[in-house]
Design a protein around this ligand. Sequence first.
Ligand code: KG4
Ligand code: ZN
Length: 358
Amino acid sequence: MKILGIESSCDETAAAVVQDGECILSNVVATQIPFHKKYNGVVPEIAGRKHIEWILPVVKQALSDANLTLSDIDAFAAVNRPGLMGALLVGTTFAKTLAFTCDKPFLAINHLEAHLYASSLHTPSEEPKKKPQYPYIGLLVSGGHTIIALIKDFNEIEVLGTTIDDAIGETFDKVSKFYGLGYPGGAVIDKLAAKGNPKAAQFPMPNLKGDHHRYDVSYSGLKTGAINQCNQFWNGEYEQNTENLAAAFQYAACKILVDKLLLACADYSINTVVVGGGVAANSALRTMLTSREDINFIFPPLNLCGDNAAQVAGVAYQRLMNGERSSPDTTALPRITEFRHETNRQLRQKNSDKTGKN
Ligand code: KG4
Ligand code: ZN
């Protein structure tokens, strides 16, 4: 079964064809980064307009790279949540229209679920990937999300921890923007950090109190420290240059996450972790995690860490096989209720019941 997937949740216009949920027949990603670079961040209005311009040529390219025509496609899928409203609408409407025209199923896919599926995909020349056994831990690290989740089954996900403020990718991007290092900041800092010393500065680590924060992380302190109070944290033995700053910041950003992830693995006796999202490409994160030989860390290849449509088509296949298809009136949802931290939500509810405030 061949599924055409579309991704347009943020600043990449992407389309891919995946066979039987695993084998990537084509994978086209048109990045809008050059158009957002001068603003040091994604401009939603520009993103929506570029998706409209590019969606048709990108889909045509995905079909032609796979040596297929529309009539060969068995189902159409698009990310419909979460993301930028105008951007999501383009891919969702395009996929729905193709499905309607070809009289084939349409599947609306969660972007976060798609990221956690990326490591299951392979190219025609690679061997199929071994599926992780449930339960495992999912680590989702991107520009907008930082989530540690216990994946108990296909549709049973319990979020154990999230960030209480900024996402890890956003923190890389903001620090890079402040120092004028480049955009997007994650890859730039990763490259600079390779030439720096992680011990050159020691940033304070968050100390989140309370059992409900056991697996939560916080990045606002690190961001403020790296941007506004950096001088206080330099280690006098090392030169104050951007390479050293990048290495020390990157080390702290990864350590915050790794400590909580390993705590969750120990508490739940889990020894398999599936990683996904743009920050999964980070070399320090990969090194820190894979140094733990008792835990099997499954990363996507570097080209599938960021936003792509192959992961969308992959999830769509699993959902279709599960008997699902999305209704033609499915719309885009910028925010979602899935992947929420239950404990925090229950606690907020308890407090609002007490105070009468929401
Ligand atoms: O998953 P993604 O492509 O888009 C979102 O869903 O947000 O993730 C983008 C994020 C950006 O914040 C970017 O700076 C970060 O991933 N990123 C990295 C690296 N490559 C991309 N962060 C750290 N190290 C990297 N090598
Ligand atoms: Zn993403």
